[in-house]
Design a protein. Structure first.
Length: 320
């Protein structure tokens, strides 16, 4: 029997939605951390002591690794996943994604090694002296920090957009085969990265809510939400004027039923409008309170999570 989570045309299920959600957080957190590192805020301070950088050092790789792990064990033959890492197929968006993950992780860990150079050197000297050559590699890499950071910014953007390209490659589904989807997922991934970093530094690291780092992240919140709203509008307008099954897919998605409620309440109301309105009408004192920041960040993460599920499931309900 068909249900919101089980229907005949369903190919990719909730594991893919969670995977896309975690990838977006990783890309967004890395992008914001590198931008903060390159900003004037940290120009004369030690980046390794900054809570945003420290949080991103955990959130970015862990969210990506967890996402890839659950995806691997969701495969039909999980123990042969390593073959994908050495057999690239240029015509396969999944294969190109594997290549992107590898390059992204390489530059991410290289950048983190440069940022936390002193800490790594102390660990190596104390626990694993045999790895002393690693310190020399980091010293050499430090000389090209600027190109590494620029490449990592590019890779973060590509990773955020890739989550949308992965779905848009499903040409049998008119709603998913949409050129706006990669940009929409990039924007929502950036939004989730900002929210995850705010939660980490305010809740876990006890960062002062009036700090320069919190203010830096706040500067991106409203513009990114407005961009998301515009992209959602463009996404559905394109479907509406696309005619045929594209219009049918739009009506199926937001015209009523379980997933329509997920969209209007979870994505639009809680995830987008509520944080936007609260930030617009609240006083400066309220906006810098710990509880307010945590609440709006949780709303954003919930909205992005709902968006991933909504797009994945409703996108597969209508065939071309």
């Amino acid at each position: 029997m068909s249900s919101p989570f089980h229907f005949p045309s369903l190919v990719w299920d909730e594991i893919i939605a969670i995977y896309l959600f975690l990838l977006g957080i990783s890309a967004g957190a890395t992008l914001l951390a590198v931008l903060l590192k390159r900003s004037s805020i940290l120009a004369s301070s030690d980046a390794s002591r900054n809570n945003v950088i420290r949080s991103a050092a955990i959130i970015a790789p862990v969210s990506l690794i967890v996402g890839l792990t659950i995806l691997i064990f969701h495969l039909t033959k999980p123990w042969t996943f390593w073959m994908l890492m050495f057999n690239y197929q240029p015509q396969s968006v999944m294969s190109m994604g594997v290549m992107l993950f590898q390059v992204y992780m390489l530059f991410l860990f290289l950048w983190l090694a440069i940022v936390f150079k002193q800490l790594l050197a102390e660990w190596i000297d104390r626990y694993i002296p045999a790895l002393g050559f690693v310190k020399k590699i980091i010293t050499l890499a430090e000389k090209v920090t600027n190109p590494i950071e620029l490449i990592l910014i590019l890779l973060s953007v590509l990773l955020g957009a890739y989550t949308g390209f992965l779905l848009s490659a499903l040409v049998s589904y008119p709603m998913l085969n949409n050129p706006v989807l990669p940009i929409l997922f990039l924007a929502s991934g950036t939004s989730s990265g900002i929210a995850a970093l705010l939660l980490a530094i305010v809740w876990c690291c006890r960062e002062p809510t009036h700090s320069a780092s919190v203010s830096f992240l706040h500067k991106f919140e409203t513009p990114v939400v407005l961009i998301e709203l515009f992209l959602l509008f463009a996404f559905f307008v394109g479907l509406y004027f696309g005619g045929g099954q594209k219009t049918v897919s739009m009506v199926t998605a937001i015209g009523g039923g379980f997933w329509s409620w997920v969209f209007w309440i979870g994505v639009v109301l809680i995830g987008l409008l509520l944080p936007l309105v609260l930030n617009a009408i609240s006083s400066a004192d309220l906006k810098h309170r710990k509880g307010f920041i945590i609440f709006t960040a949780l709303c954003t993460l919930f909205g992005v999570f709902c968006l991933r599920f909504f797009i994945l499931y409703t996108g597969q309900m209508t065939l071309a």
